[in-house]
Design a protein around this ligand. Sequence first.
Ligand code: PGA
Length: 250
Amino acid sequence: MRQKLVAGNWKMNGSKASIKELLNGIKQGIGDVQSAEVAVCPPFVYLGEVEAQLSGTPIVWGAQNLSTEEKGAFTGEVAASMINDFGCKYVIVGHSERRSLYGEDDALVAKKYSVARAAGLKPILCIGETLEEREKGVTNDVVARQIAAVIELEGVAALADGVIAYEPVWAIGTGKTASPEQAQEVHKFIREQIAAQDASVAQKVQILYGGSMNAANAAELLAQEDIDGGLIGGASLKAEDFLTICRAAG
Ligand code: PGA
């Protein structure tokens, strides 16, 4: 049985004060979460505060992005070693907002996956199709291509060191969630694609769903056989909603 993971992607939201309140709320309710792992991914500048508040709790944390460079003259970038320095377990790579707004392509995302893995971080590899791609019927081709980029660079075994998040772009931040059946279908396809190369990696790898998952729809999505958790944006900014999703994960 794969452990479920619920990760909050705070994106570019929060302040010192709001984050303190949010973390307090999550810490207070975490005792009711039985078996799922719970993670939060704040903006870089709040990692120190998150580390201070969550050390010694069962909640883990991660970053939302990383540089492919080790160090040096890369103004505005953050290295894997720095993310490690703040005790992060996870780092999100290839979020659709990074792909669409900051021009990150499959090759760069695969490189980020590789750099994160080499640093001992667990990359959360985001993949997913746009509405146009879904309507054209190429969803499977898109997610297969996005995963293949990592496999080509790192080998299929590398997927066991990370987590995959299937996030249909049309569902992110739109309030329009994939139906449990739609999500399960793609999750199953992803697992089969990996299984074609390595069955044991396919069995092991956690595949999260992301895209308007919330307190009301989480249980149904998380009940699907190949959905191993969630990557939560908007609903991760409210402690009670986030905890409801975490509890639904087990
Ligand atoms: P959302 O974001 O839950 O607000 O749709 C999910 C994500 O982008 O990871």
